[in-house]
Design a protein around this ligand. Sequence first.
Ligand SMILES: Nc1ncnc2c1ncn2[C@@H]1O[C@H](COP(=O)(O)OP(=O)(O)OP(=O)(O)O)[C@@H](O)[C@H]1O
Ligand SMILES: [Mg+2]
Length: 260
Amino acid sequence: MSDTPPLLVRLDALSKSYYEAGQEKCVLEAVDCSIGAGQFICLLGKSGSGKSTLLNLISGIDRPSGGGVHIREGGSEVELTALNEHQRTLFRRRNIGIIFQFFNLIPTLTVLENVALPVELADGDRKGHRRAEDLLDRVGLGDRLDSFPDRLSGGEQQRVAIARALIHDPVLLLADEPTGNLDEGTGDAVLDMLLELSRDAGKTLIMATHEEDIASLADAVYFLERGQLVSHYAPAANEVNEADVVQAQGRAENSAAVQR
Ligand SMILES: Nc1ncnc2c1ncn2[C@@H]1O[C@H](COP(=O)(O)OP(=O)(O)OP(=O)(O)O)[C@@H](O)[C@H]1O
Ligand SMILES: [Mg+2]
């Protein structure tokens, strides 16, 4: 019998609409989802299907039009969507690390300062520097502490961003196409590093991606389509091939068709 991990993230009828030229565009429509602690979740979907929107709601960067995001902190569940912006920022600094497609490093700070920044913002002191050095060592950049981001390759910048996302030891890591701006070889190496660090530290990782082969490494795969998380399945590690992914997409399409 497999152990069910304790719940970490719960999406409850989560909805998001945008208004453009007076027209409502519904991007997420009453999405329900439960994610267990320590899982690697893969979020697939066409461009414009709402992957970034969903991650921005889970991180509390954005507000939903309806429904809620609940995240466990310590022993209790916090309704992130009920907090004000300042409270959500503080919650994020304690609990969530984010990795973006375009790295989002601060160009005027060194590699070490970029990684230490979240801890300094949260605690107001320099105690993050030692842990930052340690993490930068682990991502193979221990000799680039004083470099500025523009001196690094894309893959190196993303490794800095991974170290930065882990610096405050968050329970939840959100990655929005973290390899989307890297060539295939570099992307694979960065992904391996992210998965290894995240697994070693027991983190929950939710990753939006276009790369379906990543799905074979995930504990669960979700497809976003027409505002719905239409299908998910839990592949046994390394047992999913392309045919399975195509089949799962077919199921997703059928399920969406049924719901329309
Ligand atoms: N601020 C906004 N105002 C209006 N529409 C928006 C806004 N932000 C996102 N959208 C729309 O919401 C939809 C979902 O966008 P989102 O960026 O979440 O897609 P995505 O799945 O991340 O796409 P990609 O794979 O290209 O990154 C798109 O149609 C987009 O145009
Ligand atoms: Mg996106």
